[in-house]
Design a protein. Structure first.
Lengths: 208, 208
DNA sequence: GTCTATATACGGATAGAC
DNA sequence: GTCTATCCGTATATAGAC
């Protein structure tokens, strides 16, 4: 934001450090990541890390903040749009998230595992609690249930099912590859298929 | 195994250390856990940790090994039992895992996040790859599909759906509590309900 | 087996030259 | 802004008395 007027496309030092930090923090978590490794990975010197970001912790908070806001930006914009139907939102959410996660597979594990050690981090970014449960999305679901389109279900179950089907494969990828017959490419192919399948499945669950 | 002849029920020092280590490693992961904290938590002295387990790493490997074998013991015994039907296995697996995880909620996150940094750890314990995909359980599913009882589905999708619905809530608990209306007790109540619901849902998916 | 004291290494952070 | 050299706290591990 500050010094982004540079006409050159080369990443600034600051950006190089952030990229490396993102990579390492997301792969290994805060505690297992060494600032020295971040420095090396970004091709700069260790001292510059502190010069730009003051401390490992500050740098981490920045990365986590950006990951969280990025992750929830989509969600927030979609689930409270009153111009689209429940079914539209369902399609859009699944499609958008799987697409994004396929280019950045480590995000869910990163967020979930780090939040476990520091749950307050969530509060800063998603100031609104009950973000999902109070959304237009869920209200529309309840309308549909009242109208008899779907069978009754508790919103929390719906939430668990929806997220479970969509993001769990990314969290459990190593295990799934090991238990199943999967190689990397098979895995990605299945995830692509799930963009289409999950909305269908979710509706099936809502009719059961 | 070695010195378990003690007639006293008090936990041995070795066992006290292991309990504390289990607690801390599972909550915070390997890198964020300090051996000093394990010592303090178990009420013994730091030196004893190395006396019994040689190093932090060795202790961790032991804890992880036990977690993995515990986690997969159930799975292995159930999925290759040829005397029970596909549907029986489904019920039993969901019931067993939710029950166990409700008393030890950190296990899935612990396994999944540590495996990410060290995927080879899996190989040691689950020497058999394709454990799931080559099981009687999955073969029975395919028989049912051939018989027209269920619609075709790729085993990997089935695996992702099954695990996603069952274990994801435990992995994402903090997020789910935050996004939903959940307090701790609601959460547990929903998980109890899911013992009954998930098998029904899975069958619904298999008919879609 | 259990403790206190300590060796040793490592990782985060800064001083200061350029 | 960027580097090298270094400080200093902390964490693992061990020595050695009891």
């Amino acid at each position: 934001m500050a010094k982004k007027d540079s006409k050159i496309l080369d990443k600034s030092t600051e950006e190089k450090i952030k990229s490396a930090a993102r990579l390492l923090f997301q792969q290994k978590g805060f505690a297992a990541t060494r600032t020295r490794d971040i420095a090396q990975e970004s091709g700069i010197n260790l001292a510059l890390l502190n010069y730009y970001f003051r401390s490992k912790e500050k740098l981490f908070e920045l990365i986590m903040m950006e990951a969280l806001t990025g992750f929830f930006a989509v969600l927030k914009s979609v689930i409270n749009d009153s111009n689209s139907s429940f079914e539209d939102k369902l399609d859009l959410l699944v499609e958008t998230y799987i697409t994004r996660l396929l280019v950045n597979e480590d995000i869910p594990m990163f967020i979930l595992s780090e939040i476990r050690s520091n749950p307050k981090a969530l509060l800063k970014v998603i100031n609104a609690e009950r973000l999902m449960i109070d959304s237009v999305f869920i209200h529309q679901l309840q309308k549909q249930i009242e109208a008899g389109v779907y069978k009754p279900i508790h919103p929390n179950h719906f939430l668990m099912n929806f997220m479970g089907l969509t993001v769990f494969p990314f969290v459990a990828k190593p295990m799934i590859l090991h238990l199943g017959d999967g190689n990397e490419t098979e895995f990605r192919k299945h995830l692509e298929e799930r963009k289409r399948l999950i909305p269908i499945w979710i509706k099936a669950l809502l009719n059961t």
